[in-house]
Design a protein around this ligand. Structure first.
Ligand code: C2E
Ligand code: CA
Ligand code: CA
Ligand code: CA
Length: 279
Protein backbone atom coordinates (compact mmCIF):
# COMPACT_ATOMS: atom_id res chain seq x y z
CA UNK A 1 0.00 0.00 0.00
CA UNK A 2 1.20 3.43 -0.83
CA UNK A 3 0.43 6.56 1.12
CA UNK A 4 -1.54 9.09 -0.89
CA UNK A 5 -1.93 12.33 0.95
CA UNK A 6 -3.19 12.47 4.51
CA UNK A 7 -4.40 9.13 5.86
CA UNK A 8 -5.28 7.87 2.42
CA UNK A 9 -4.04 4.57 1.20
CA UNK A 10 -4.19 3.12 -2.22
CA UNK A 11 -3.72 -0.60 -2.70
CA UNK A 12 -2.59 -0.38 -6.27
CA UNK A 13 0.25 1.45 -7.85
CA UNK A 14 -0.96 3.30 -10.93
CA UNK A 15 0.77 0.78 -13.22
CA UNK A 16 -1.00 -2.09 -11.44
CA UNK A 17 -4.29 -0.36 -11.95
CA UNK A 18 -3.59 -0.12 -15.65
CA UNK A 19 -2.68 -3.79 -15.67
CA UNK A 20 -5.95 -4.67 -13.94
CA UNK A 21 -7.99 -2.58 -16.34
CA UNK A 22 -6.24 -4.24 -19.24
CA UNK A 23 -6.97 -7.70 -17.83
CA UNK A 24 -10.63 -6.82 -17.40
CA UNK A 25 -10.77 -5.48 -20.95
CA UNK A 26 -9.20 -8.66 -22.26
CA UNK A 27 -11.58 -10.80 -20.25
CA UNK A 28 -14.62 -8.93 -21.56
CA UNK A 29 -13.22 -9.14 -25.07
CA UNK A 30 -12.70 -12.89 -24.75
CA UNK A 31 -16.20 -13.38 -23.38
CA UNK A 32 -17.64 -11.47 -26.35
CA UNK A 33 -15.29 -13.27 -28.74
CA UNK A 34 -16.55 -16.67 -27.59
CA UNK A 35 -20.09 -15.48 -28.24
CA UNK A 36 -19.11 -14.30 -31.72
CA UNK A 37 -17.57 -17.65 -32.58
CA UNK A 38 -13.95 -16.46 -32.55
CA UNK A 39 -12.60 -19.65 -31.00
CA UNK A 40 -10.88 -21.92 -33.50
CA UNK A 41 -9.68 -25.47 -33.01
CA UNK A 42 -6.49 -26.89 -34.41
CA UNK A 43 -5.87 -30.62 -34.35
CA UNK A 44 -2.68 -32.52 -33.61
CA UNK A 45 -2.67 -36.23 -34.41
CA UNK A 46 -1.45 -38.92 -32.06
CA UNK A 47 -0.15 -42.05 -33.82
CA UNK A 48 0.74 -45.64 -32.95
CA UNK A 49 4.43 -45.86 -32.19
CA UNK A 50 4.91 -48.98 -34.32
CA UNK A 51 2.85 -48.27 -37.44
CA UNK A 52 2.28 -44.52 -37.52
CA UNK A 53 -1.48 -45.02 -37.77
CA UNK A 54 -3.53 -42.13 -36.40
CA UNK A 55 -5.26 -43.20 -33.20
CA UNK A 56 -6.72 -39.86 -32.20
CA UNK A 57 -6.36 -36.12 -32.58
CA UNK A 58 -6.01 -33.55 -29.85
CA UNK A 59 -8.14 -30.41 -30.12
CA UNK A 60 -6.08 -27.30 -29.27
CA UNK A 61 -7.93 -24.03 -29.00
CA UNK A 62 -6.85 -20.69 -30.51
CA UNK A 63 -8.57 -17.31 -30.38
CA UNK A 64 -8.94 -15.79 -33.81
CA UNK A 65 -9.04 -12.15 -32.78
CA UNK A 66 -10.44 -9.76 -35.42
CA UNK A 67 -7.46 -7.37 -35.07
CA UNK A 68 -4.70 -9.30 -33.37
CA UNK A 69 -5.03 -12.47 -35.41
CA UNK A 70 -4.56 -16.02 -34.12
CA UNK A 71 -3.82 -15.88 -30.39
CA UNK A 72 -2.23 -18.99 -28.81
CA UNK A 73 -3.82 -20.59 -25.72
CA UNK A 74 -0.97 -19.58 -23.37
CA UNK A 75 -2.14 -16.00 -23.85
CA UNK A 76 -5.73 -16.50 -22.74
CA UNK A 77 -6.29 -19.91 -21.12
CA UNK A 78 -4.54 -18.98 -17.83
CA UNK A 79 -6.77 -15.90 -17.53
CA UNK A 80 -9.85 -17.98 -18.36
CA UNK A 81 -8.84 -20.48 -15.65
CA UNK A 82 -8.32 -17.75 -13.03
CA UNK A 83 -11.67 -16.10 -13.71
CA UNK A 84 -13.90 -19.11 -14.24
CA UNK A 85 -14.46 -18.24 -17.91
CA UNK A 86 -12.80 -21.58 -18.66
CA UNK A 87 -16.12 -23.28 -17.79
CA UNK A 88 -18.18 -21.76 -20.65
CA UNK A 89 -15.07 -21.71 -22.89
CA UNK A 90 -14.52 -25.43 -22.27
CA UNK A 91 -18.18 -26.11 -22.97
CA UNK A 92 -17.84 -24.33 -26.32
CA UNK A 93 -14.75 -26.43 -27.16
CA UNK A 94 -16.63 -29.67 -26.46
CA UNK A 95 -19.54 -28.49 -28.59
CA UNK A 96 -17.23 -27.50 -31.46
CA UNK A 97 -15.39 -30.85 -31.34
CA UNK A 98 -18.65 -32.82 -31.49
CA UNK A 99 -19.90 -30.72 -34.41
CA UNK A 100 -16.63 -31.25 -36.27
CA UNK A 101 -16.80 -35.01 -35.73
CA UNK A 102 -20.40 -35.11 -36.97
CA UNK A 103 -19.40 -33.13 -40.08
CA UNK A 104 -16.46 -35.41 -40.84
CA UNK A 105 -18.64 -38.48 -40.36
CA UNK A 106 -21.21 -37.03 -42.73
CA UNK A 107 -18.47 -36.51 -45.31
CA UNK A 108 -17.62 -40.19 -44.98
CA UNK A 109 -14.20 -39.69 -43.41
CA UNK A 110 -12.63 -42.42 -41.28
CA UNK A 111 -12.92 -40.46 -38.04
CA UNK A 112 -10.81 -41.15 -34.96
CA UNK A 113 -11.49 -40.07 -31.37
CA UNK A 114 -10.74 -36.43 -30.59
CA UNK A 115 -9.22 -35.62 -27.25
CA UNK A 116 -10.21 -32.48 -25.44
CA UNK A 117 -8.19 -30.64 -22.80
CA UNK A 118 -10.20 -30.09 -19.65
CA UNK A 119 -9.00 -27.80 -16.84
CA UNK A 120 -9.21 -28.68 -13.15
CA UNK A 121 -11.69 -25.81 -12.68
CA UNK A 122 -14.06 -27.49 -15.13
CA UNK A 123 -13.86 -30.74 -13.16
CA UNK A 124 -14.52 -28.82 -9.95
CA UNK A 125 -17.54 -27.15 -11.55
CA UNK A 126 -18.90 -30.68 -12.01
CA UNK A 127 -20.61 -30.02 -15.34
CA UNK A 128 -18.27 -31.71 -17.84
CA UNK A 129 -19.96 -35.13 -17.82
CA UNK A 130 -23.39 -33.62 -18.53
CA UNK A 131 -22.03 -31.37 -21.28
CA UNK A 132 -20.23 -34.31 -22.88
CA UNK A 133 -23.33 -36.48 -22.73
CA UNK A 134 -25.56 -33.88 -24.34
CA UNK A 135 -23.02 -32.84 -27.02
CA UNK A 136 -22.46 -36.50 -27.96
CA UNK A 137 -26.16 -37.39 -28.10
CA UNK A 138 -27.06 -34.13 -29.82
CA UNK A 139 -24.64 -34.95 -32.63
CA UNK A 140 -25.42 -38.66 -32.77
CA UNK A 141 -21.91 -39.64 -31.72
CA UNK A 142 -20.59 -42.67 -29.87
CA UNK A 143 -18.89 -41.80 -26.54
CA UNK A 144 -15.78 -43.57 -27.77
CA UNK A 145 -15.18 -40.66 -30.13
CA UNK A 146 -14.24 -38.27 -27.34
CA UNK A 147 -11.35 -38.50 -24.90
CA UNK A 148 -10.57 -36.13 -22.07
CA UNK A 149 -7.09 -34.97 -21.05
CA UNK A 150 -6.65 -33.60 -17.57
CA UNK A 151 -3.46 -32.47 -15.91
CA UNK A 152 -2.23 -34.20 -12.80
CA UNK A 153 -3.37 -31.38 -10.54
CA UNK A 154 -6.96 -32.13 -11.53
CA UNK A 155 -6.54 -35.74 -10.42
CA UNK A 156 -4.80 -35.19 -7.09
CA UNK A 157 -7.58 -33.18 -5.53
CA UNK A 158 -8.60 -35.88 -3.07
CA UNK A 159 -11.90 -34.21 -2.30
CA UNK A 160 -14.83 -36.34 -3.26
CA UNK A 161 -16.48 -33.99 -5.70
CA UNK A 162 -13.70 -33.95 -8.31
CA UNK A 163 -13.43 -37.75 -8.12
CA UNK A 164 -17.20 -38.07 -8.51
CA UNK A 165 -17.08 -35.91 -11.64
CA UNK A 166 -14.21 -37.95 -13.11
CA UNK A 167 -16.23 -41.11 -12.52
CA UNK A 168 -19.29 -39.51 -14.09
CA UNK A 169 -17.22 -38.69 -17.18
CA UNK A 170 -16.07 -42.30 -17.41
CA UNK A 171 -19.63 -43.52 -16.98
CA UNK A 172 -20.53 -41.70 -20.19
CA UNK A 173 -17.96 -43.95 -21.92
CA UNK A 174 -15.40 -41.19 -22.49
CA UNK A 175 -11.78 -42.20 -21.80
CA UNK A 176 -9.59 -40.26 -19.40
CA UNK A 177 -5.93 -39.43 -19.98
CA UNK A 178 -3.53 -37.74 -17.60
CA UNK A 179 -1.84 -34.86 -19.41
CA UNK A 180 1.74 -33.64 -18.81
CA UNK A 181 2.52 -36.70 -16.69
CA UNK A 182 5.69 -36.25 -14.66
CA UNK A 183 5.29 -32.54 -14.02
CA UNK A 184 3.05 -32.94 -10.97
CA UNK A 185 3.02 -35.08 -7.89
CA UNK A 186 0.61 -37.87 -8.61
CA UNK A 187 1.77 -41.44 -8.30
CA UNK A 188 0.78 -44.17 -10.70
CA UNK A 189 -1.11 -46.10 -8.03
CA UNK A 190 -3.34 -43.11 -7.42
CA UNK A 191 -4.02 -42.79 -11.14
CA UNK A 192 -4.92 -46.46 -11.21
CA UNK A 193 -7.36 -45.92 -8.35
CA UNK A 194 -9.02 -43.31 -10.50
CA UNK A 195 -9.04 -45.88 -13.32
CA UNK A 196 -7.33 -43.54 -15.75
CA UNK A 197 -7.12 -45.04 -19.22
CA UNK A 198 -3.76 -43.64 -20.15
CA UNK A 199 -0.85 -41.32 -19.54
CA UNK A 200 0.61 -38.62 -21.72
CA UNK A 201 4.21 -38.28 -20.68
CA UNK A 202 5.30 -34.65 -20.65
CA UNK A 203 7.60 -33.52 -23.42
CA UNK A 204 10.34 -32.64 -20.93
CA UNK A 205 10.85 -36.41 -20.43
CA UNK A 206 10.75 -37.11 -24.14
CA UNK A 207 13.49 -34.57 -24.80
CA UNK A 208 15.65 -35.73 -21.89
CA UNK A 209 15.33 -39.40 -22.66
CA UNK A 210 18.31 -39.44 -25.00
CA UNK A 211 20.54 -37.46 -22.63
CA UNK A 212 21.77 -40.36 -20.53
CA UNK A 213 21.15 -44.05 -19.83
CA UNK A 214 19.58 -43.00 -16.50
CA UNK A 215 17.04 -40.78 -18.26
CA UNK A 216 16.22 -43.60 -20.65
CA UNK A 217 15.79 -45.99 -17.72
CA UNK A 218 13.41 -43.58 -16.01
CA UNK A 219 11.32 -43.34 -19.15
CA UNK A 220 11.32 -47.10 -19.55
CA UNK A 221 10.23 -47.56 -15.92
CA UNK A 222 7.26 -45.23 -16.41
CA UNK A 223 6.21 -47.14 -19.54
CA UNK A 224 6.38 -50.56 -17.93
CA UNK A 225 4.61 -49.48 -14.73
CA UNK A 226 1.84 -47.84 -16.72
CA UNK A 227 1.47 -51.02 -18.78
CA UNK A 228 1.38 -53.16 -15.64
CA UNK A 229 -1.50 -50.97 -14.47
CA UNK A 230 -3.28 -51.39 -17.80
CA UNK A 231 -2.80 -47.80 -18.92
CA UNK A 232 -1.84 -46.71 -22.40
CA UNK A 233 1.28 -44.58 -22.74
CA UNK A 234 1.59 -41.61 -25.08
CA UNK A 235 4.87 -39.70 -25.44
CA UNK A 236 4.38 -35.99 -26.08
CA UNK A 237 6.70 -33.59 -27.82
CA UNK A 238 8.45 -35.98 -30.21
CA UNK A 239 10.61 -33.67 -32.30
CA UNK A 240 13.25 -35.89 -33.92
CA UNK A 241 13.69 -39.22 -35.70
CA UNK A 242 16.09 -40.29 -32.93
CA UNK A 243 13.45 -39.71 -30.28
CA UNK A 244 10.88 -41.67 -32.27
CA UNK A 245 13.30 -44.59 -32.73
CA UNK A 246 14.10 -44.66 -29.01
CA UNK A 247 10.40 -44.60 -28.11
CA UNK A 248 9.75 -47.49 -30.46
CA UNK A 249 12.31 -49.66 -28.68
CA UNK A 250 10.65 -48.76 -25.35
CA UNK A 251 7.29 -50.00 -26.70
CA UNK A 252 5.60 -46.70 -25.99
CA UNK A 253 2.07 -47.17 -27.38
CA UNK A 254 1.54 -43.82 -29.04
CA UNK A 255 3.56 -40.76 -29.97
CA UNK A 256 2.71 -37.15 -30.68
CA UNK A 257 4.86 -34.18 -31.60
CA UNK A 258 6.11 -31.82 -34.27
CA UNK A 259 8.16 -34.59 -35.88
CA UNK A 260 4.94 -36.45 -36.71
CA UNK A 261 2.71 -33.41 -37.23
CA UNK A 262 2.19 -29.92 -35.88
CA UNK A 263 -1.32 -28.98 -34.78
CA UNK A 264 -3.20 -28.08 -37.99
CA UNK A 265 -6.51 -26.40 -38.91
CA UNK A 266 -9.55 -28.62 -39.55
CA UNK A 267 -9.14 -28.60 -43.34
CA UNK A 268 -5.61 -30.01 -43.06
CA UNK A 269 -6.62 -32.42 -40.29
CA UNK A 270 -9.11 -33.87 -42.76
CA UNK A 271 -6.21 -34.61 -45.12
CA UNK A 272 -4.34 -36.38 -42.32
CA UNK A 273 -7.38 -38.53 -41.56
CA UNK A 274 -7.57 -39.55 -45.21
CA UNK A 275 -3.87 -40.42 -45.18
CA UNK A 276 -4.31 -42.43 -41.95
CA UNK A 277 -0.65 -43.51 -41.63
CA UNK A 278 1.79 -40.71 -40.88
CA UNK A 279 4.99 -42.72 -41.17
P1 C2E B 1 -0.96 -29.34 -23.89
O1 C2E B 1 -2.32 -29.90 -23.66
O2 C2E B 1 0.16 -29.99 -23.16
O3 C2E B 1 -0.76 -29.38 -25.46
C1 C2E B 1 0.49 -29.58 -26.09
C2 C2E B 1 1.12 -28.28 -26.49
O4 C2E B 1 2.45 -28.54 -26.96
C3 C2E B 1 0.42 -27.59 -27.66
O5 C2E B 1 0.61 -26.19 -27.55
C4 C2E B 1 1.18 -28.15 -28.87
O6 C2E B 1 1.12 -27.32 -29.99
C5 C2E B 1 2.57 -28.20 -28.31
N1 C2E B 1 3.39 -29.25 -28.98
C6 C2E B 1 2.96 -30.36 -29.58
N2 C2E B 1 3.99 -31.09 -30.07
C7 C2E B 1 5.12 -30.40 -29.75
C8 C2E B 1 6.51 -30.63 -29.98
O7 C2E B 1 6.95 -31.61 -30.60
N3 C2E B 1 7.38 -29.71 -29.49
C9 C2E B 1 6.95 -28.60 -28.82
N4 C2E B 1 7.88 -27.75 -28.39
N5 C2E B 1 5.64 -28.36 -28.58
C10 C2E B 1 4.73 -29.25 -29.03
P2 C2E B 1 -0.60 -25.17 -27.65
O8 C2E B 1 -1.55 -25.57 -28.74
O9 C2E B 1 -0.02 -23.80 -27.68
O10 C2E B 1 -1.36 -25.40 -26.27
C11 C2E B 1 -0.77 -25.05 -25.06
C12 C2E B 1 -1.61 -25.50 -23.89
O11 C2E B 1 -2.85 -24.76 -23.84
C13 C2E B 1 -2.01 -26.95 -23.94
O12 C2E B 1 -0.94 -27.76 -23.52
C14 C2E B 1 -3.19 -26.94 -22.98
O13 C2E B 1 -2.73 -27.01 -21.65
C15 C2E B 1 -3.80 -25.59 -23.21
N6 C2E B 1 -5.00 -25.74 -24.06
C16 C2E B 1 -5.09 -25.79 -25.41
N7 C2E B 1 -6.37 -25.96 -25.80
C17 C2E B 1 -7.10 -26.03 -24.67
C18 C2E B 1 -8.51 -26.22 -24.40
O14 C2E B 1 -9.37 -26.37 -25.27
N8 C2E B 1 -8.88 -26.22 -23.07
C19 C2E B 1 -7.98 -26.06 -22.05
N9 C2E B 1 -8.45 -26.09 -20.78
N10 C2E B 1 -6.67 -25.92 -22.27
C20 C2E B 1 -6.24 -25.90 -23.55
CA1 CA C 1 -3.14 -31.93 -23.76
CA1 CA D 1 0.59 -32.11 -22.58
CA1 CA E 1 -9.50 -48.46 -17.50
Amino acid sequence: AKARGKGMYCFFEPHMERHLVMQLTRLTELKLGIGRGELVLHYQPRVRGDTGEITSMEALVRWNHPERGMIPPVEFIPMAEKTGLIVPLGEEVIRMVCMQLARWKEEGLPVVPISVNVAAQQIDAGTVSAILASALTGNGLDAGLIEVEITESATIAEDGQAVTELQAIQKTGVKLYVDDFGTGYSCLAQLKRLDMDGLKIDRAFTSQMLNSPADAALFEAIVSMAHALDMRVVAEGVETAEQLAALQTLSCDEVQGYYISRPVPAAQAKGLLEKRYLF
